[in-house]
Design a protein around this ligand. Structure first.
Ligand code: HEM
Length: 480
């Protein structure tokens, strides 16, 4: 009882202090208008324009928030206040280009404090040369050369998943089922965990972690962040044990240095011969689990929704996948070369990434005062870019609201206008990995099934990534 009261008092105290800080900051910004700052509204004290923003996210259209302000204030850059932070939102291809080209010069990557705390020794907490060093080590597992080794295993895991959770069912809820698939695939490819019980124990901790990783970083019992931090501790402890066992197995030549991400991180050094520490390995594996999970789950779910709504697109994807299947011996697994043949299917995924990008945007922090589009961006300000300031712009994408997979034929979209994976030195590290992950699933699912949506106009709010409000229940039929 006393502990509960104490926790409440501490929470209240922290809330008051944070409120006071934000009110003072925003009042200063409101009362001393600076004509050189980008135009825009800071909304209400404390909450800024967060509610307007969340409203458009719930409607599945965060782009409305952005485009509305681009029209009202300035199409190049505007200011707003979201989640207690004053932000300059850089817009359009020029804004994207500016930010992606000025990493480590004018801006650095910035993530909310909760993410930094839970992934302390990972890539998201470092900048400059240290970020380059860690990215290089991680990339040698995620780049096409390395990925070639893992396509057959992806196919095997996907076939097993479909035969256990889809085959023989009349109805399936796509989002939660795909959620299990992406986590299982990561467990197998990153740390070679195959035991379903072990995977579901980790999945439980991981769910709690995901719910609090982007939240107010108040670490007292009862808060989401507290639970997430306990879950992160449990996952890290497990990863530490697995890592120690693997190191011993590698020393005794009883494990392969290329068997998965973990082995790769244990045996790979940087250019100076320095290896990652155990804490860095554990935190970076957790980062990759985090960064790869909801993103691909959301994309695969949206692909399933669009394919049900667009039967002619489904038929063209099916034809492409059947041709690939026919070119193989019975039982032969997919290879890297097969993924390269899935051109139309990838165009379909690319179009869905344009219409419903899973990542709404990312943050930077100004490391010096600088000028953009005639406005001053003060040192310390948070800067935001979003794939959505360009993705629905009809001058860049004619009939922008329409699905059209042919946009990616030939030269494709104009530079810096199509950026679902970001750009520049901090471009998504899993861009190449996400492609086979999504396409291998698509290959296996269309080969077996057609499907109908059980809720035809199901809403797809962003929370924080697009996820159908009822989980996208579908009725399955054999594809041929
Ligand atoms: C379709 C799926 C995915 C999309 C759309 C996506 C998109 C993004 C975006 C927009 C960023 C932020 C870039 C920035 O800060 O400017 C990012 C960062 C990142 N992504 Fe992805 N991602 C996807 C899948 C993955 C996967 C599968 C992995 C890992 C296997 C991954 C690992 C990462 C990492 C580690 C970062 C941080 C990179 C850094 O800070 O240097 N992502 N992703």
């Amino acid at each position: 009882m006393q502990i509960a009261m104490l926790s409440t008092l501490i929470l209240l105290g922290i809330f008051l202090l944070v409120s006071l800080y934000i009110i003072t900051k925003t009042l200063k910004e409101r009362l001393i208008p600076n004509p050189h700052l980008p135009p825009g509204s800071l909304g209400w004290p404390l909450i800024g324009e967060t509610l307007n923003y969340l409203g458009t996210c719930l409607a599945g259209r965060p782009d409305w928030f952005l485009r509305d302000r681009m029209e009202k204030h300035d199409p190049q850059v505007f200011k707003t206040s979201l989640f207690g932070e004053t932000l300059a939102v850089f817009c359009g291809p020029a804004g994207n280009k500016f930010l992606f080209s000025n990493e480590n010069k004018l801006v650095n990557l910035w993530w909310p404090r909760s993410v930094k705390k839970l992934l302390k020794s990972s890539l998201v907490n470092v900048a400059g040369d240290e970020a380059k060093r860690i990215r290089r080590i991680l990339l040698t597992f995620l780049d096409p050369d390395a990925l070639k080794r893992y396509i057959e295993r992806m196919d095997l895991v996907t076939q097993h998943h479909i035969s256990t959770l889809w085959e023989g069912k009349e109805e399936v809820k796509v989002h939660p089922t795909v959620n299990l698939y992406t986590f299982e695939l990561s467990c197998r490819l990153f740390i070679s965990i195959d035991d379903p019980l072990h995977i579901s124990k980790l999945a439980h901790h991981f769910d709690v972690f995901l719910k609090g990783v982007i939240h107010f970083p108040i670490n007292i019992p009862g808060t989401r962040f507290y639970r997430a931090s306990k879950a992160a501790d449990a996952i890290k402890e497990e990863l530490r044990l697995i890592s120690r066992r693997r190191r011993a197995a590698l020393d005794m030549k009883m494990a392969s240095p290329t068997q998965d991400l973990l082995s790769h991180l244990l045996v790979t050094s940087d250019a100076s011969g320095k290896f990652l520490s155990e804490t860095e390995i554990v935190d970076n594996i957790l980062l990759l689990l985090f960064a790869s999970h909801d993103t691909t789950t959301s994309v695969i779910t949206c692909v399933m929704k669009y394919l049900a709504e667009l039967p002619e697109v489904y038929q063209t994807v099916l034809r492409e996948q059947i041709d690939i299947a026919k070119s193989k011996e019975p039982g032969e697994l997919l290879k890297w070369e097969d993924i390269q043949k899935m051109r139309y299917s990838w165009n379909v995924v690319s179009e869905i990434l344009r219409l419903m990008p899973p990542v709404r945007g990312a943050f930077r922090e100004a490391i010096v005062d600088f000028t953009y589009a005639g406005y001053t961006i003060p040192k310390g300000w948070k800067v935001y870019w979003s794939p959505m300031t360009t993705s629905k712009d009809p001058t860049l994408f004619p009939n922008a609201e329409q699905f059209d997979a042919s946009r990616y034929d030939g030269a494709g979209p104009a530079p810096y206008s199509y950026v679902p994976f970001g750009g520049g030195p901090r471009i998504c590290l899993g861009k190449e990995y996400a492609r086979p992950q999504i396409l291998v699933f698509l290959h296996n699912i269309v080969k077996r099934f057609k499907w109908d949506l059980l809720i035809p106009d199901e809403k797809v709010p962003y929370d924080p990534m697009p996820a159908p409000s009822q989980g996208l229940p579908i009725r399955l039929r054999p594809s041929a």
